[in-house]
Design a protein. Structure first.
Length: 186
């Protein structure tokens, strides 16, 4: 099980010393926002899994073999920060990661995040997606968020243990803590 870091200096220390960082968490938790801030602060190339690997214009999903090839190529780079949980590609990303930032705010915060994002970008492309993928909101997305702790968290915890990243995982439980991490990691 990932550690919850108590020492307030430890998360920034873990992040500053890493060359390859995964930012994972429930949709609407703020993964892209934090990853972009840290990308600028730490001079790491920013990779959006949705934009760079998964989606083509018109919300068409790339073929799985192409997704895996793109992820493997990106993960082989020396320095990056990548946002996206993507459990099916953990086997390609976790072995290369030096650190994981797991955004784990309460369910209501993630629901608020995805709904407010939908209002902000509704019908338009947002920066973390390729052109031609206008923002929307679906019941499936809301249900995924509602059930994330039950369905995804045990798989994430097992993967972090299996790949030996439990001690280099920073768990963030609020947007304020994510902002503090970004501010102190530069």
């Amino acid at each position: 099980m990932p550690i919850h870091v108590v020492d307030p200096d430890r998360p920034a220390e873990i992040v500053r010393s890493a060359d390859r960082i995964l930012v994972i968490g429930c949709p609407g938790s703020g993964k892209s926002t934090l990853a972009k801030r840290l990308s600028r602060a730490l001079d790491l190339g920013y990779i959006s899994m949705d934009r760079d690997f998964y989606w083509l214009p018109g919300w068409r999903k790339r073929p799985r073999d192409e997704i895996d090839r793109l992820i493997a190529t990106a993960a082989a780079a020396e320095r990056w920060i990548m946002d996206g949980t993507g459990l099916s590609s953990f086997h390609l990303r976790l072995p290369r990661a030096d650190a994981v930032i797991w955004l784990r705010p309460p369910r209501y915060a993630c629901l608020y995040g995805i709904v407010s994002r939908a209002f902000r970008y509704f019908g338009r492309d947002r920066p973390e997606l390729p052109a031609g993928c206008p923002e929307g909101l679906s019941l499936d997305a809301l249900a995924y968020i509602w059930n994330f702790e039950r369905d995804a968290v045990p798989l994430i915890e097992a993967a972090l243990r299996d790949y030996g990243l439990a001690n280099s995982t920073v768990v963030i439980t609020s947007r304020a803590a994510a902002s503090r991490l970004a501010a102190t990691s530069a």
